[in-house]
Design a protein around this ligand. Sequence first.
Ligand code: HEC
Length: 180
Amino acid sequence: MVRLLLASVVISALSLTVALASNRAVANDDIVFPANYSQFVLYATYNEAGNRPELLATGQLRELYASRATLEAAKAGGPLPDGTVLVRVRYDVARDAKGEPIQDAQGQMSKARLLGFGVMEKRARSPNSHPEGEWRYRGFTADRQPNHDGIQPEACFACHLTAKHRDFVFSYERLVSANK
Ligand code: HEC
Protein backbone atom coordinates (compact mmCIF):
# COMPACT_ATOMS: atom_id res chain seq x y z
CA MET A 1 0.00 0.00 0.00
CA VAL A 2 2.76 2.37 1.06
CA ARG A 3 4.72 1.35 -2.01
CA LEU A 4 1.70 2.00 -4.21
CA LEU A 5 1.26 5.39 -2.63
CA LEU A 6 4.93 6.17 -3.09
CA ALA A 7 4.74 5.10 -6.72
CA SER A 8 1.83 7.42 -7.38
CA VAL A 9 3.66 10.28 -5.65
CA VAL A 10 6.67 9.61 -7.88
CA ILE A 11 4.45 9.48 -10.97
CA SER A 12 2.67 12.72 -10.16
CA ALA A 13 6.03 14.36 -9.43
CA LEU A 14 7.26 13.11 -12.78
CA SER A 15 4.24 14.36 -14.71
CA LEU A 16 4.59 17.71 -12.96
CA THR A 17 8.20 17.86 -14.12
CA VAL A 18 7.14 17.01 -17.67
CA ALA A 19 4.39 19.64 -17.54
CA LEU A 20 6.85 22.22 -16.23
CA ALA A 21 9.40 21.29 -18.87
CA SER A 22 6.91 21.61 -21.71
CA ASN A 23 5.68 24.91 -20.29
CA ARG A 24 9.22 26.13 -20.18
CA ALA A 25 9.66 25.32 -23.88
CA VAL A 26 7.21 28.09 -24.65
CA ALA A 27 7.53 30.09 -21.44
CA ASN A 28 6.43 33.64 -21.96
CA ASP A 29 6.87 34.93 -18.46
CA ASP A 30 9.84 37.10 -19.34
CA ILE A 31 7.73 39.10 -21.79
CA VAL A 32 7.21 42.45 -20.10
CA PHE A 33 4.99 45.38 -20.98
CA PRO A 34 7.06 47.52 -23.40
CA ALA A 35 8.79 50.36 -21.55
CA ASN A 36 8.60 52.60 -24.64
CA TYR A 37 4.87 52.02 -25.22
CA SER A 38 4.10 55.75 -24.92
CA GLN A 39 6.08 56.27 -28.13
CA PHE A 40 4.17 53.58 -30.03
CA VAL A 41 1.89 54.61 -32.88
CA LEU A 42 -1.72 53.56 -33.47
CA TYR A 43 -1.69 51.71 -36.82
CA ALA A 44 -5.07 49.98 -36.90
CA THR A 45 -8.48 50.15 -35.23
CA TYR A 46 -10.94 47.27 -35.36
CA ASN A 47 -14.33 48.66 -34.35
CA GLU A 48 -16.66 47.80 -37.22
CA ALA A 49 -19.63 45.97 -35.82
CA GLY A 50 -20.92 45.04 -39.28
CA ASN A 51 -17.70 43.60 -40.68
CA ARG A 52 -16.63 41.84 -37.51
CA PRO A 53 -19.64 40.13 -35.90
CA GLU A 54 -17.35 38.74 -33.25
CA LEU A 55 -16.55 42.29 -32.05
CA LEU A 56 -20.26 43.09 -31.79
CA ALA A 57 -20.94 39.82 -29.98
CA THR A 58 -18.21 40.42 -27.42
CA GLY A 59 -18.84 44.17 -27.24
CA GLN A 60 -15.14 44.85 -27.70
CA LEU A 61 -13.03 46.95 -29.99
CA ARG A 62 -9.31 46.81 -30.53
CA GLU A 63 -6.50 49.17 -31.29
CA LEU A 64 -3.11 48.01 -32.54
CA TYR A 65 0.13 49.81 -31.73
CA ALA A 66 3.71 49.48 -32.98
CA SER A 67 6.87 51.54 -32.82
CA ARG A 68 7.80 53.76 -35.77
CA ALA A 69 10.80 51.51 -36.42
CA THR A 70 8.44 48.56 -36.79
CA LEU A 71 6.24 50.47 -39.26
CA GLU A 72 9.36 51.32 -41.29
CA ALA A 73 10.52 47.70 -41.24
CA ALA A 74 7.10 46.47 -42.37
CA LYS A 75 7.08 48.98 -45.21
CA ALA A 76 10.47 47.67 -46.33
CA GLY A 77 8.87 44.21 -46.63
CA GLY A 78 9.74 40.72 -45.44
CA PRO A 79 9.49 39.24 -41.97
CA LEU A 80 9.64 41.72 -39.10
CA PRO A 81 13.04 42.05 -37.39
CA ASP A 82 14.07 40.32 -34.21
CA GLY A 83 12.98 42.32 -31.18
CA THR A 84 9.78 43.64 -32.79
CA VAL A 85 7.01 44.30 -30.25
CA LEU A 86 3.33 44.64 -31.20
CA VAL A 87 0.54 45.64 -28.81
CA ARG A 88 -3.18 44.94 -29.10
CA VAL A 89 -5.35 47.06 -26.79
CA ARG A 90 -8.82 45.76 -25.94
CA TYR A 91 -11.69 48.06 -24.96
CA ASP A 92 -15.24 47.51 -23.81
CA VAL A 93 -17.50 49.56 -26.13
CA ALA A 94 -20.05 52.27 -25.35
CA ARG A 95 -23.48 50.68 -24.74
CA ASP A 96 -27.10 51.80 -24.67
CA ALA A 97 -29.44 51.53 -21.65
CA LYS A 98 -30.09 47.88 -22.48
CA GLY A 99 -26.38 47.12 -22.55
CA GLU A 100 -26.24 46.69 -26.33
CA PRO A 101 -23.17 48.10 -28.12
CA ILE A 102 -23.93 51.48 -29.71
CA GLN A 103 -23.10 51.80 -33.41
CA ASP A 104 -22.82 55.05 -35.36
CA ALA A 105 -24.18 55.52 -38.90
CA GLN A 106 -21.11 53.74 -40.31
CA GLY A 107 -21.63 50.77 -38.01
CA GLN A 108 -18.63 51.71 -35.91
CA MET A 109 -18.49 51.27 -32.15
CA SER A 110 -16.64 53.59 -29.80
CA LYS A 111 -14.43 52.75 -26.86
CA ALA A 112 -15.67 53.07 -23.28
CA ARG A 113 -13.31 51.27 -20.93
CA LEU A 114 -9.84 49.77 -21.22
CA LEU A 115 -9.95 46.01 -20.66
CA GLY A 116 -6.36 44.96 -21.21
CA PHE A 117 -3.48 44.40 -23.57
CA GLY A 118 -1.96 41.62 -25.65
CA VAL A 119 1.75 41.87 -26.33
CA MET A 120 3.70 39.83 -28.83
CA GLU A 121 7.45 40.01 -29.10
CA LYS A 122 9.78 38.47 -31.67
CA ARG A 123 12.71 36.60 -30.21
CA ALA A 124 14.29 34.90 -33.16
CA ARG A 125 17.21 33.39 -31.32
CA SER A 126 15.55 32.54 -28.04
CA PRO A 127 15.48 28.83 -27.15
CA ASN A 128 12.16 29.55 -25.45
CA SER A 129 10.41 30.65 -28.59
CA HIS A 130 7.68 28.60 -30.19
CA PRO A 131 9.28 26.04 -32.48
CA GLU A 132 7.03 27.05 -35.36
CA GLY A 133 7.27 30.76 -34.95
CA GLU A 134 9.62 33.19 -33.36
CA TRP A 135 7.02 35.24 -31.51
CA ARG A 136 6.16 35.04 -27.86
CA TYR A 137 2.88 36.16 -26.36
CA ARG A 138 1.52 37.50 -23.12
CA GLY A 139 -1.70 39.11 -21.95
CA PHE A 140 -1.64 42.14 -19.61
CA THR A 141 -4.36 43.64 -17.44
CA ALA A 142 -5.54 47.24 -17.80
CA ASP A 143 -2.94 48.30 -15.23
CA ARG A 144 -0.23 46.63 -17.35
CA GLN A 145 0.38 43.67 -15.08
CA PRO A 146 0.71 40.11 -16.47
CA ASN A 147 -2.78 38.67 -16.82
CA HIS A 148 -2.64 35.25 -15.23
CA ASP A 149 -6.38 34.60 -15.52
CA GLY A 150 -6.94 35.58 -19.15
CA ILE A 151 -6.06 33.80 -22.38
CA GLN A 152 -2.85 31.85 -21.90
CA PRO A 153 0.15 32.22 -24.25
CA GLU A 154 -0.39 28.75 -25.74
CA ALA A 155 -3.86 29.80 -26.90
CA CYS A 156 -2.49 33.08 -28.29
CA PHE A 157 0.08 31.11 -30.28
CA ALA A 158 -2.46 28.54 -31.49
CA CYS A 159 -4.69 31.25 -32.94
CA HIS A 160 -1.84 33.34 -34.38
CA LEU A 161 -0.58 30.20 -36.11
CA THR A 162 -3.41 30.74 -38.61
CA ALA A 163 -1.59 33.92 -39.71
CA LYS A 164 1.66 32.03 -40.22
CA HIS A 165 1.84 33.03 -43.92
CA ARG A 166 2.20 36.68 -42.87
CA ASP A 167 4.73 36.27 -40.09
CA PHE A 168 1.95 35.34 -37.57
CA VAL A 169 0.73 38.95 -37.70
CA PHE A 170 -2.98 39.22 -38.59
CA SER A 171 -2.69 42.93 -39.30
CA TYR A 172 0.45 42.67 -41.43
CA GLU A 173 -1.11 44.59 -44.35
CA ARG A 174 -2.26 47.33 -42.01
CA LEU A 175 1.28 47.63 -40.65
CA VAL A 176 2.68 47.93 -44.17
CA SER A 177 0.13 50.51 -45.28
CA ALA A 178 0.16 52.58 -42.07
CA ASN A 179 0.96 56.03 -43.30
CA LYS A 180 2.59 57.57 -40.24
C1 HEC B 1 -8.94 33.40 -31.43
C2 HEC B 1 -7.80 34.02 -32.07
C3 HEC B 1 -6.85 34.88 -31.27
C4 HEC B 1 -6.34 34.67 -30.01
C5 HEC B 1 -6.65 33.56 -29.03
C6 HEC B 1 -5.40 35.75 -29.77
N1 HEC B 1 -5.33 36.58 -30.85
FE1 HEC B 1 -4.09 38.14 -31.08
N2 HEC B 1 -5.08 38.67 -32.78
C7 HEC B 1 -6.10 37.96 -33.37
C8 HEC B 1 -6.64 38.71 -34.49
C9 HEC B 1 -7.75 38.27 -35.42
C10 HEC B 1 -5.91 39.92 -34.54
C11 HEC B 1 -6.13 41.08 -35.52
C12 HEC B 1 -6.69 42.29 -34.78
C13 HEC B 1 -8.02 42.03 -34.13
O1 HEC B 1 -8.93 41.48 -34.75
O2 HEC B 1 -8.15 42.39 -32.95
C14 HEC B 1 -4.93 39.83 -33.47
C15 HEC B 1 -3.96 40.80 -33.24
C16 HEC B 1 -3.00 40.73 -32.26
C17 HEC B 1 -1.88 41.63 -32.13
C18 HEC B 1 -1.49 42.71 -33.14
C19 HEC B 1 -0.62 42.07 -34.25
C20 HEC B 1 -1.43 41.18 -35.19
O3 HEC B 1 -1.22 39.94 -35.19
O4 HEC B 1 -2.26 41.72 -35.92
C21 HEC B 1 -1.24 41.29 -30.97
C22 HEC B 1 -0.02 41.97 -30.40
C23 HEC B 1 -1.92 40.16 -30.40
N3 HEC B 1 -2.99 39.83 -31.21
C24 HEC B 1 -1.53 39.51 -29.24
C25 HEC B 1 -2.23 38.43 -28.70
C26 HEC B 1 -1.95 37.86 -27.39
C27 HEC B 1 -0.82 38.28 -26.47
C28 HEC B 1 -2.86 36.87 -27.21
C29 HEC B 1 -3.04 36.00 -26.00
C30 HEC B 1 -3.09 36.64 -24.69
C31 HEC B 1 -3.69 36.81 -28.42
N4 HEC B 1 -3.28 37.77 -29.29
C32 HEC B 1 -4.69 35.89 -28.60
C33 HEC B 1 -6.51 36.70 -33.00
C34 HEC B 1 -6.22 36.10 -31.79
